[in-house]
Design a protein around this ligand. Structure first.
Ligand code: PMP
Length: 413
């Protein structure tokens, strides 16, 4: 098969640059990918496959960086979207979906008594910090160094355009290092309102880290001992690891949790779930937005989550992820290449040991895969959807075997 070419993508990108600063910004910027090996624009998706504007077809292992959990255009989700769309989406007050979805989320989440809705992960992560401050009357938020909780001023990884005041109340500790948290809590005694943490460490451009035994329960205990609100940022992992929240998989229950990405199979929706003890603070703070009550994404969410639950989508993604891992590790071994395969099976990431924190081999490997119809990103963890078939996996492993061979032939060490 001939490697893909991207003439239409390139022409569209030139047009985009004239009217959109940088053409494409944020995590989908082509600067983060392998030059010349990826499309910049997509045209359509169906199940586990996506097609770019040049007509090239890919097996999708990025899932729109997380939102697509059942595959593109899942029939049950699209049917719910059509049905709600026929009635209308955006009114002067919410629809019944607002209540149904909150009831459903509370019913599947052991710790939660209420839910609020928004559009982006950043919205609900920032909201959770505001609720924690209102509940405790304290100013500071603790988070892990290098963690991503969104694009808002208090947590964006890029500090251009910010003031030191934007970060004045943020204190940092290290994931999987309870002593570093104890130190931060002691240094800021009585001042920390909330602690935000993801269920596993998935900092962009780093190998992922699962929580070591006792870490998350240790964090929970420190929060309890010091009256700190425990906020689980489940935006990336939510509904890929456990239907009751990723904390359930690791044996920890937060006070607040935030969701986005997989919650509505690609339709714009975010949620923050909380305990009764924070209901009053939640009512006292201000939270709103032009589309916060839109009904179509909520209908999509109900259909997505019910489908995941009814079909044990979580177990399916785990099993697919296991097969991918086994296949890739066996191929790497057969080529004599050392890789680090990290993260839970449904949200995996692979790096090349010899890259030593750079991404040269990863960019070549993922670029070779992309040009042959298998879409992985080199600097970001991947996402499995329930739509990946055995045939997809077989085809994927043929492509990855050739990509490993390309790495072997272009890098001596
Ligand atoms: N938290 C985590 C863990 C995330 O992965 C993301 C998005 N990548 C966010 C928060 C922010 O979500 P959004 O991009 O929807 O604002």
């Amino acid at each position: 098969m001939k490697p893909y070419t991207f003439e239409k993508s390139e022409a569209l990108f030139e047009r985009a640059k004239k009217v959109i600063p940088g053409g494409i910004y944020g995590h989908q910027s082509p600067l983060l990918l392998t030059k010349g090996a990826y499309p910049s624009f997509f045209a359509r998706g169906e199940g586990s496959h996506v097609w770019d504007v040049d007509g090239n077809e890919y097996i999708d292992y990025m899932c729109s960086y997380g939102p697509i959990v059942l595959g593109h255009r899942h029939p049950r989700v699209e049917e719910a979207v059509r049905r709600q769309g026929d009635l209308g989406n955006c009114f002067n007050a919410p629809t019944e979906r607002w209540v149904e979805l909150a009831e459903y989320l509370v019913s599947i989440t052991p710790f939660a008594d209420w839910a609020v809705f928004a559009k982006n992960g950043s919205d609900v992560c920032t909201y959770a910090t505001v609720v924690a401050r209102q509940a405790t009357g304290r100013p500071k938020i603790a988070m892990c160094q290098g963690a991503y909780h969104g694009a808002h001023a208090w947590c964006t990884p890029v500090t251009s355009g910010l003031t030191p005041e934007d970060r004045a109340n943020i204190v940092y500790f290290t994931y999987n290092d309870l002593e570093s948290l104890q130190r931060v809590v002691a240094e800021n005694h009585g001042k920390i309102a909330g602690l935000m943490i993801s269920p596993f460490r998935h900092d962009a451009g780093h190998d992922s880290e699962l929580p070591v035994e006792g870490f998350l329960s240790g964090v929970r205990k420190i929060c309890d001992d010091h009256g700190i609100v425990f906020i689980l940022d489940d935006v990336r992992a939510g509904f890929r690891l456990h239907m009751g929240g990723s904390g359930e998989l690791f044996g920890v229950r937060p006070d607040l949790s935030t969701y986005c990405k997989a919650i509505a199979n690609g339709y714009p929706l975010a949620a923050c779930l909380g305990r009764d003890s924070l209901r009053k603070a939640s009512q006292e703070v201000f939270f709103t937005g032009s589309y916060f009550t839109s009904a179509v994404p909520m209908a999509a969410s109900l259909a997505t989550l019910r489908e995941l639950e009814a079909t044990d989508g979580i177990e399916r993604m785990r099993a697919i992820g296991e097969k991918l891992r086994t296949g890739l590790l066996s191929e790497a071994r057969s080529h004599g290449i050392e890789v680090t395969y990290s993260g839970p099976p449904a949200i995996p990431y692979m790096t090349f040991k010899a890259d030593a924190g750079r991404f040269d081999r990863n960019k070549l490997f993922c670029g070779e895969c992309s040009r042959s119809g298998v879409y992985f990103a080199p600097r970001h963890n991947w996402f499995i959807s329930t739509a990946i078939s055995d045939q997809d996996l077989e085809r994927t492993l043929e492509v990855t075997d050739r990509a490993f061979a390309a790495v072997k032939s272009q890098f001596v060490a």
